[in-house]
Design a protein around this ligand. Structure first.
Ligand code: MLC
Ligand code: AMP
Length: 506
């Protein structure tokens, strides 16, 4: 059976516009043709990649979509990367994914040397040069994409999502949010995550909508672009940035942003908690609070507030979507009907495991594995009598969300331990109005090396090793880290101290 995802996207009305970027555009008919040519260029006519991992380092736009569809049509597994990763991270991901091929756009070509000699680099610009391929189509259970996500175990893991997972998620979102050919999605999300790819782009393509893609988030460009859009999907930090840009703009631009925001059919918020005050300020501009929904790399969107703005509930992520089953369990794994408890999920959108990490996969589920077991989200929630869920935080202090980006405190600590002036380090998330969690490193300096641990110095050093969003925004030097009787660092105490200091005396 052919992949329901590819089948759906490639059979949309060929004359309608599918994707538009700053320099290029294509209809669904042209997209299908370009995807088949790309597949041919990657796999060769009649061949198949047979599950080979292909790195994608392509600026968001038509070329990204063409490359992604080409890879999956050729039976490959797309591994989307971001230029925000410095060379050591790109190299580590290429190695973990065991990739031998990369598609790279010319503007990012200087980054490709990080992949090393084992990886053959194909220019994204060359994908359309050959004839369209006649390939054996991928099937629903084939893995389509590896999405790298940080966890509690140091290094990021590749979450495997199948064609069926992605097709199901696209149909679910399309139905819940009423996405159709009448829509224009304004897309300014990064393309190495579930949100930008499988929550925003693919549901729009599967529904025959038009997607206007920006190369990167720019609050003013988003504000101006709202006028031509019906749907905008964002993380809370982007909503905050949009409101700041609106407040700072000249009168004409302010009016244009406000008109565009009010005319939107739908603005969604996800990837991190949407503060109630921010939702209300957005409503002042746009006339309705954003539709807040809960999602995760491993499961896609699982809960959503209603499409009807008057039925949305601030501070809640809504009930579970059709096809998802949910449970809340206490520390001992016993069901607690209304919670609070850890959220477990089951359903056809749930991923098929972490790439080459059977132990991590087994640990992520209870009562079975990816087929039939319950996925442990690591999120705490409670449930109102009418089924609306509220997210209450993470079960682990070591998983942070900064600007919608997941950050593993342990991964950042591991990198900082390599700094010769740092003797001990604990990385924590401090509540912050812009970032959600502000990543802060609390360090004990090596003897006499306090000055080398200043925020600017450590940030500059760490940027060569970690993606910019993982780099601590602040470094605080202390004499000693608080530890319990077992010698374990007590992170909640550190967070309380930092929050108290930030609040000032009294
Ligand atoms: C950028 N910076 C960050 C940061 N993003 N610091 C901490 N956390 C982040 N998330 C740094 C930059 O490196 C820079 O540092 C400084 O902050 C200012 O940068 P900026 O240019 O103003 O920020 P910008 O590039 O505009 O990025 C902000 C952002 C971005 C919100 C647009 O973080 C973003 O795209 N977030 C979305 C992430 C996302 O899509 N998550 C979905 C995960 S999937 P300096 O030192 O240079 O000043 C998922 C499932 C689901 O969660 O439910 O959706
Ligand atoms: P990621 O692994 O990057 O996909 O991030 C998934 C995590 O983001 C979830 O496990 C939650 O902790 C968080 N998240 C996503 N949406 C929301 C939301 N609406 N409210 C609170 N947390 C959210």
């Amino acid at each position: 059976m052919i992949s329901p995802l590819v089948d759906r996207i490639l059979s949309r009305d060929p004359d309608r516009l599918a994707v538009v970027d700053d320099h290029d555009h294509c209809t669904y008919g042209e997209l299908a043709d370009r995807a088949r040519r790309a597949a041919g260029a990657i796999a060769g006519d009649g061949g198949s990649l047979g599950g080979l991992r292909v790195l994608l380092l392509v600026t968001p736009g038509v070329a990204w979509v063409e490359a992604f569809l080409g890879v999956v049509l050729a039976g490959g597994v797309a591994v989307p990367l971001t230029p925000l990763y410095p060379a050591p991270e790109l190299a580590a991901l290429a190695e973990d994914a065991d990739a031998s091929l990369a598609i790279v756009s010319d503007d990012l070509a200087d980054k490709a040397s990080a992949f090393g000699p084992r990886v053959r680099v194909v220019r994204a610009q060359d994908l359309g040069a050959g004839p369209p391929a006649a390939l054996a189509p991928p099937g629903p259970t084939d893995v389509a994409i590896l999405l790298y996500t940080s966890g509690t175990t140091g290094k990021p893991k590749g979450a495997m999502l199948t064609h069926a997972n992605l097709a199901h998620q696209a149909a679910l979102i399309g139905a819940a949010w009423g996405i159709g050919p009448h829509d224009t999605l304004l897309h300014a999300l990064p393309m190495h995550h579930m949100h930008g790819i499988a929550i925003a782009l693919l549901p729009a393509l599967a529904a025959g909508a038009k997607t206007r893609m920006l190369p990167r988030f720019d609050a003013l460009r988003v504000g101006r672009g709202l006028a031509d859009a019906t749907v905008w999907m964002a993380v809370p930090t982007m909503i905050q940035r949009l409101l700041e840009a609106h407040a700072a703009a000249d009168d004409r631009t302010r009016a244009a942003i406000a008109d565009g925001a009010r005319a939107l059919r739908l603005a969604t918020s996800g990837s991190a908690a949407l503060p109630v005050g921010l939702a209300a300020r957005f409503a002042d501009l746009a006339g309705a609070i954003p539709l807040e929904r809960f999602g995760m790399t491993e499961v896609g969107v699982a809960m959503s507030n209603p499409l009807d703005p008057t039925a949305r509930r601030p501070g809640s992520v809504g009930p579970v979507l059709p096809s998802f089953e949910s449970r809340l369990v206490d520390d001992a794994g016993r069901d607690v009907s209304t919670g609070p408890g850890e959220l477990l999920l089951r359903g056809p959108s749930v991923f098929s495991g972490y790439f080459r990490r059977p132990e991590a996969t087994a640990a992520a589920f209870v009562e079975g594995g990816p087929a039939g077991g319950w996925f442990r989200t690591g999120d705490l929630a409670d449930r109102a009598p009418d089924g609306f869920l509220r997210m209450l935080g993470r079960t682990s202090v070591d998983i942070l969300k900064s600007g919608g980006e997941k950050v593993s405190a342990l991964e950042v600590e591991e990198a900082l331990r390599d700094h010769e002036a740092i003797a001990e380090v604990a990385v924590v998330g401090v509540p912050d109005a812009t970032w959600g969690d502000r990543v802060v490193a609390v360090v004990v300096a090596a003897r006499g090396r306090e000055a080398a641990c200043a925020t600017d110095a450590i940030r500059a050093w760490a940027k060569g090793r970690l993606a910019a969003y993982k780099v601590p925004r602040e470094v605080v030097v202390v004499d000693a880290l608080p530890r319990n009787a077992m010698g374990k660092v007590v992170k909640p105490e550190i967070v309380r101290d930092l929050a108290r200091k930030a609040a000032g005396p009294g």
